[in-house]
Design a protein around this ligand. Structure first.
Ligand code: 9MR
Length: 400
């Protein structure tokens, strides 16, 4: 890690500064159940000049994913001072990248392992940040713990399936109480190829994917009545996502018909540039995308951008070109999204290229390292950060 870069980060006294008044807006978070308190240490105002301060001046919030790590380990963790400095510099909202998932919390059917998430939560509280919960049920075989596939569901599999879900959600929500004012209750339940719902060992036991997903939301509303309940998915505005978007709309419509308590759609926003035009090809995507988002808000859902990052596809290796186009593409996207008064929160899926999941998921064929985040691998701000800031600055203020 580059000590000079860290040293160059502004020293921020996060309890002072011009953003203080704007930051007071963070004291509470309007949810279905009213006003939810922020971190136990009390909310800290957005640092002057930060993305969070720009957001806060418009009644919005900015944050990022954070991981667990051993102290000083070279990870996108709160325990890595270089990464923690980026979080403190720009964020008032956090989400654990992996540590609240069943794979992390549930080593066995009858055991929970909270230590890593607890450590993230404690840091978030001590830093005065607001934590989002991700997630209470990732409704896909691939992302559930292996023990579930050999679990004995007994003579009444539906009851055992329901018991496992209710126990999980009750346990997590009771542990964190009002410290978590917003949950991705169900993550990625819709199959992108045909828009149908996945099945998992839990939904096979219960007998219906729909009933399983509904149960998760109903349980979460009872267990965390103050919390905003979010359905989170990655249907995006790029071509090829039509069936996925239609499936998500069907699911959201069904929630309303069945009176399932869902407050918002989490639009992950793992974006992919389309061309080397200044806007990355965004203009051609806008109309279809607006139709989708219009349909979501017409059903009275709020919106969140939960996992923003940008894959620099269809671009030459030159980092300057890629950074410029990525910034133009993100700016166009955020301008469309921030025009919706239903959108308050924007979270990046990591602040720093060095720790992004993208490299492992889809490396560039030319071998050039990916540059998906607001800061580069040496912790230097990139044009993407400026683009996010400019878009937040241009956004209409939300009523308090
Ligand atoms: O970034 C996360 C990566 O480290 C994990 O290996 C992976 C599986 O748990 O999940 C990644 O985060 C995903 C998020 O939880 C849901 N939306 C897509 C994200 C990127 O894959």
């Amino acid at each position: 890690m580059d000590g000079a870069t860290v040293a160059s980060l502004p020293l921020l006294d996060r309890r002072q500064g011009l953003a203080f008044l704007g930051g007071l807006a963070l004291t509470g978070c309007a949810t279905a159940g009213g006003i939810a308190p922020a971190g136990a240490a009390g909310p800290v105002p957005a640092a002057p000049g930060s993305l969070a301060a720009t957001a806060s001046a418009r009644g919005r919030r900015f944050g990022s994913a954070v991981a667990w790590g051993r102290p000083g380990a070279d990870r996108g963790s709160f325990a890595n001072p270089a990464y923690a400095a980026l979080l403190k510099r720009d964020c008032t909202l956090l989400v654990a990248e992996n540590e609240m998932k069943w794979q992390a919390l549930r080593p066995a059917a009858d055991r929970y392992a909270f230590d890593r998430f607890d450590a993230i939560m404690a840091w978030s509280d001590a830093s005065g940040m607001v934590m989002r919960g991700h997630n209470l049920l990732w409704h896909q075989d691939k992302w559930l713990p292996r023990w579930l596939f050999s679990h004995s569901f007994g003579t009444d599999p539906a009851a055992e399936g329901r018991r496992l879900i209710v126990d999980h959600i009750d346990t997590v929500c009771a542990r964190y109480g009002t410290r978590i004012p917003s949950y991705d209750v169900v993550n990625e339940a819709v199959r992108p190829d045909d828009g149908g719902l996945y099945d998992t060992p839990l939904s096979r036991a219960i007998g219906s994917a729909e009933a399983t997903i509904d149960l998760a939301f109903r349980t979460a509303r009872a267990a965390a009545p103050q919390a905003e309940l979010v359905y989170n998915d990655y249907m995006s505005w790029e071509p090829g996502n039509g069936a996925h978007r239609d499936g998500v709309l069907r699911l959201l419509r069904g929630f309303r018909e069945r009176d399932v308590p869902v407050d918002a759609l989490g639009i992950q926003s793992h974006l992919v540039t389309q061309s080397d035009a200044a806007d990355g090809g965004a203009a051609a995507l806008t109309d279809d995308w607006r139709r989708f988002v219009d349909a979501v808000v017409a059903m009275d859902y709020r919106l969140l951008i939960t996992e923003l990052d940008v894959r620099d596809n269809n671009l030459p290796a030159d980092p300057a070109v890629r950074d410029r186009v990525v910034a133009g593409y993100a700016r166009a996207y955020l301008d469309v999204m921030l025009a919706y008064p239903q959108l308050r929160d924007v979270l990046a899926w990591g602040m720093c290229d060095r720790y992004s999941w993208i490299e492992g998921f889809e490396a560039r064929s030319d071998g050039a390292p990916r540059r998906p985040c607001p800061y580069d691998a040496q912790f230097r701000a990139k044009p993407l950060r400026d683009a996010i800031n400019a878009s937040l600055e241009a956004a209409a203020p939300l009523p308090a």
